[in-house]
Design a protein around this ligand. Structure first.
Ligand SMILES: *Cc1c(COP(=O)(O)O)cnc(C)c1O
Length: 388
């Protein structure tokens, strides 16, 4: 419809209620719909696993935001990933980014592997590593490349357009988890990806009060297969949570601007502070992902990872924070820190974790939209109090 994303977050999808003029999409809190005769539905609504008008409004909205043609809303990010992985079959293999969300690794390693869908971990930020794997694939069983960029938790940046190009030429799908960026900052479908997935629990919802997930595609045939899987597996988002997501997304643009402004300030300050060993943030010119991030996204986002200098005890640092909360999750208005080794990435075996750099000392920081100076003051007092 030609609107900017600042307007689309508010007016995209289905804007309000045609029948009554209500400016908000109504919550259709119903499991089923009356049929006027056998097969005579009012507008196609039958049963809320198959389709619900509140969920449909949200699905249209996320499709508009990602510049896809079809969106599907799920009960969690992992429910969306479950449906996407169910596109594949026994004997198929996926190439997967070497630092991905721990739960994504777990569903691949502990659930889908049992059914014969296998995976190979590659550093997707290294294009020749992907080309190598594809050229070695004599049985031609690789079916897709699965990317997070920036990846969780080391913020490694993968060139999405380049990977999608390589994959397309080899006849493989490209799947991108866009949770860390949101369509406000990055639109993988416009870069050539085939499927975008999200944990809507994070920035899209934005208020740490809903668990949800999405899959978005352009292609009609892929969409039909995903709708079939969504309805067959059944991990759908309920009407109330769909409404909360629509409500959260209305402020996505202003929230992301503030998140990012705070993160830029704090990443720069941390780097210069003398407190840290290393800062991972693709908004720093010194970061290896800086130029690719600049090319493919509108900004570096608001996730920062860092390690403190050896003289500070990272356990005490977590205990001493007062404003910033130690918790799983990210992307809410409130700042959160987490310890990936024991929290979000505990499902990844220690040797694999350490090999990619997810060490016990690593701290992941989801920068919220509070006052940047208050966040900085909290970091300073917690670091100082953690000196060994
Ligand atoms: C949280 C998260 C998921 C999983 O989403 P849930 O909503 O918790 O099921 C997947 N990918 C990334 C990058 C995440 O941060």
């Amino acid at each position: 419809m030609g609107l900017s994303i600042n307007s689309l977050v508010i007016h995209g999808g289905i804007d309000g209620d045609e029948k009554t003029g209500a400016v908000n999409v109504p919550i259709y809190q119903t499991s089923t719909f009356k049929q006027d005769g056998i097969g005579q539905t009012r507008g196609g609504w039958e049963y809320s696993r198959t389709g619900n008008p509140t969920r449909a409004a949200l699905e249209k909205l996320i499709a508009d935001l990602e510049e896809g043609n079809y969106g599907l809303a799920f009960a969690s990010g992992l429910a969306a990933i479950d449906a996407v992985l169910s596109l594949f079959k026994s004997g198929d293999r996926l190439l997967v980014s070497d630092n991905i969300y721990g739960g994504t690794f777990r569903i691949l390693d502990k659930v889908f592997k049992q059914f014969g869908l296998t995976y190979t971990i590659v550093d997707t930020s290294n294009l020749s590593a992907i080309e190598d794997e594809l050229s070695k694939d004599s049985e031609n069983n690789i079916k897709a490349v699965y990317i997070e960029s920036p990846a969780n938790p080391l913020l490694t940046v993968t060139d999405i357009a380049a990977v999608a190009d390589i994959a397309k030429k080899a006849g493989k799908l490209t799947i991108v988890d866009n949770t860390f960026m949101t369509p406000y900052l990055q639109k993988p479908l416009t870069l050539g990806a085939d499927i975008v997935v999200h944990s809507g629990t994070k920035y899209l919802g934005g208020h740490s009060d809903v668990v949800s997930g999405f899959a978005i595609v352009k292609d009609k045939e892929l969409a039909d297969r995903l709708y079939f899987l969504q309805n067959s597996i059944g991990g759908v988002l309920g009407p109330w949570d769909s409404y909360l997501m629509i409500r959260g997304i209305k402020t996505l643009a202003v929230r992301m601007d503030r998140h990012q402004e705070n993160a830029q300030k704090l990443a720069k300050w941390l780097t210069e502070s003398g407190y840290v060993e290393k800062v991972y943030y693709p908004g720093l010119e010194s970061d290896p992902g800086y130029s690719v991030q600049k090319k493919q996204a509108k900004g570096p986002g608001a996730m920062i990872s860092f390690t403190l200098k050896k003289k500070y005890d990272y356990r005490k640092f977590f205990e001493n924070l007062k404003l910033i909360t130690l918790a799983e999750s990210l992307g809410g208005v409130e700042s959160l820190v987490c310890h990936p080794a024991t929290m979000t990435h505990a499902a990844i075996p220690k040797d694999i974790r350490e090999a990619v750099g997810i060490t016990d000392e690593l701290i992941r920081f989801s920068v919220g939209i509070e006052g940047a100076d208050d966040l900085k003051a909290d970091l300073i007092q917690a670091i100082e109090a953690s000196e060994k």
